[in-house]
Design a protein around this ligand. Structure first.
Ligand code: UGA
Length: 578
């Protein structure tokens, strides 16, 4: 049976020895580099593997797609984890047909998590043991294959108990490996209600309180640990007043788990958040306030640089501004994240796929197809693509933690503004709403046959929130399309739906008569530097699988809410009409 082994420490060595004795073919061993500040009193997995001619790897992030791909190519039948310290994501767990098995140093479901040897002693347990269990993306949580019990004596220390557990691990594996190979191993679900979880230990956990008697001393900083877990994460959002920035801030604050530090040129869309104790706003231009930004990158945990020119007409009108802002200014922020070791969540764009011919655009496989240089519409796509690639390289070469997301035509309240639509600089739905409000014709470029998949901003933000949460690091080094493939409409269909909704709206009588349609060529509308895509449909398999996310809001509801928002929000409207 071909096995890939993730291992560290004495138990890692015991596991590898048991596999070799029982004739398993170990394709590769993944281990950790010994920490410079850690006292390495234990055996070396790397040396043991090397002595047996087994390839050894030490990836910074085993869940990075490159490593997942590498393991996939090895085609293991089974994966074992023996005291490997990092969480293993679903992508790897799904690879081997016989599953992934972990050996944990306690009698699960009790004492899940880190340092079980220390925690059982601290809690005065009389018995512990080792458990071999199937792995899930949650720590020490899957079905149990078998356990071996170990008695704890009054004289046991962490070291003596560790030795007993190492022996027990070897014995347990020796018994079980033949059964596993013959597919006879049992699976007993863990009793979730009796589970307990403990975290890592720090040096100050070892402080002795001399006022307590010897048996009562608990080297325990559980309270501090829980406080650390409950500490609100600080998120820096540059462009906090924008469409995504303001909706995301609201969601983060609602969760009670984050403090938001935001910068933008203005604050009209975030007035509702201003009094919130966890919301900190700074008015300013990212190309000028560089010190403030660097200071806040250092201070925050997660960075979202959302500032960008993102409307097609500007790509043709102001290509250099697009390059300077969307590429150059953001590159600086990417570099700060790399320099200060911060997690970066970067808004790529559905536009990177350009005129790709795939029926659905896939993050891993679709090609980016852009037109010739004089079609300046693509400078935006190209700038974003280049940054995506730079970020990826920082991730692989310099250990930058990042996730990229690609919004597909998100719609909802506060998408651009009617003022921006007035100068032609807004996304299509806002443009059409302005036409309806003014009684001017809806202009359908190139017959209105182009299709987009419209995604409600609430759905989009739900997905982005999960990316920020990043449970078990599942989003590290990943790119997510965030779109609704079922909401695919042509521009003509969008215009028809909007006109109907507008006609039926309770405020309809306050606006001028319908201006009808005007069919217009792209060159006349945008200029000669424009080129368009006929369809842009996302594959969202990745977000479904990794985040369990599913877009839910029907398009008609998104249109209702967007229309309603703009009609009610017209400046001076309420005073004049209500
Ligand atoms: C836009 C932005 O360029 C991207 O920043 C963003 O990532 C992307 O949306 C997205 O949200 O996924 P695009 O969909 O091409 O890209 O831009 P829109 O201005 O919303 O135009 C959509 C379609 O409507 C285009 O085919 C355009 O020609 C058409 N349109 C637009 C009209 O027919 N009439 C108008 O008055 C305006």
């Amino acid at each position: 049976m071909k096995a890939v082994v993730l291992a560290y420490h004495n138990i890692g060595c015991a596991g590898i020895k048991a596999l070799l004795t029982r004739g398993f073919d170990i394709l590769a061993v993944f281990t950790h580099e010994d920490g410079p500040n850690e006292n390495t009193w234990f055996e070396s997995v790397a040396e043991l593997a090397a002595a047996n001619d087994i390839p050894v790897y030490n990836p910074a992030d085993i869940n990075h797609p490159l490593w997942v791909e590498r393991i996939r190519k090895m085609e293991p039948d089974i994966i074992f984890s023996f005291y490997y310290r990092n969480m293993v994501g679903k992508e790897i767990l799904d690879l081997p047909p016989a599953g992934c098995l972990n050996l944990h140093g306690s009698l699960l479901p009790r004492y899940r998590g880190r340092c079980p040897v220390n925690w059982v002693l601290i809690h005065g347990e009389k018995e512990t043991g080792v458990t071999l269990h199937y792995m899930t993306p949650r720590p020490d949580d899957g079905d149990i294959v078998e356990q071996k019990r170990v008695t704890i004596d009054d004289n046991d220390t962490a070291l003596s108990l560790h030795k007993k557990l190492t022996t027990a691990a070897g014995d347990l594996l020796d018994d079980l490996l033949p059964k596993i190979r013959e597919n006879r191993a049992q699976r007993i679900p863990q009793e979730q209600s009796s589970a307990s979880y403990f975290g890592g230990r720090r040096s100050d956990d070892g402080e002795i309180d001399w006022r307590q008697d010897a048996a009562g001393v608990r080297f325990n900083s559980q309270t501090e640990m829980m406080m650390e877990q409950q500490r609100k994460k600080h998120v820096l959002i540059l462009g906090v007043n924008g469409f995504i920035g303001n909706h995301l801030s609201e969601r983060l604050l609602e969760s009670g788990r984050y403090e938001v530090h935001g910068m933008d040129l203005c604050s009209n869309t975030i007035e509702r958040l201003m009094g919130h104790p966890d919301f900190h706003f700074k008015e300013g231009d990212i190309s000028i306030m560089r010190e403030w930004i660097e200071y806040h990158v250092r201070k925050c945990d997660i960075i979202l640089p959302l500032v960008a020119i993102a409307t097609p007409i500007e790509y043709v009108r102001n290509p250099l501004r697009v390059f300077e802002l969307d590429f150059e200014e953001n590159l600086r922020i990417v570099r700060y994240c790399a320099k200060y070791g911060k997690r970066l969540i970067f808004p790529s764009t559905s536009e990177v796929y350009g005129m790709c011919h795939d029926p659905e655009f896939d993050e891993q496989h679709s090609n980016f197809v852009l037109g010739p240089i004089h079609k300046q519409r693509w400078i935006y796509s190209c700038s974003k693509q280049m940054l995506d690639r730079v970020i990826w390289a920082y991730g692989t070469d310099r250990g930058l933690r990042f996730s990229l997301f690609r919004p597909f035509n998100w719609v909802g309240p506060r998408l651009d503004s009617l003022e921006s639509a007035r100068i032609g600089s807004s996304r299509v739905i806002t443009q059409f709403i302005l036409n309806l409000v003014e009684g001017s014709p809806i202009r359908l470029v190139d017959g209105g046959r182009q299709k987009r998949c419209f995604t409600d901003v609430k759905d989009g933000i739900d997905c982005l929130f999960e990316i920020i949460e990043n449970k078990n690091g599942c989003c590290n080094g990943r790119i997510f399309n965030i779109g609704n493939p079922d909401n695919e409409y042509s521009m003509q269909a969008l215009a028809d739906i909007l006109r109907q909704k507008f006609a039926a709206h309770s405020f309809r009588s306050h606006f001028p008569p319908d201006g009808g349609f005007q069919y217009i060529e792209a060159r006349a509308f945008y200029g000669s530097g424009y080129q368009d895509v006929q369809h842009r449909r996302p594959s969202i398999r990745q977000a479904r699988r990794i985040l369990g996310w599913e877009p839910k809001v029907p398009f008609e509801q998104s249109v209702d809410e967007t229309l309603d928002y703009f009609l009610k929000d017209l400046p001076g409207w309420q005073e004049q009409n209500l």
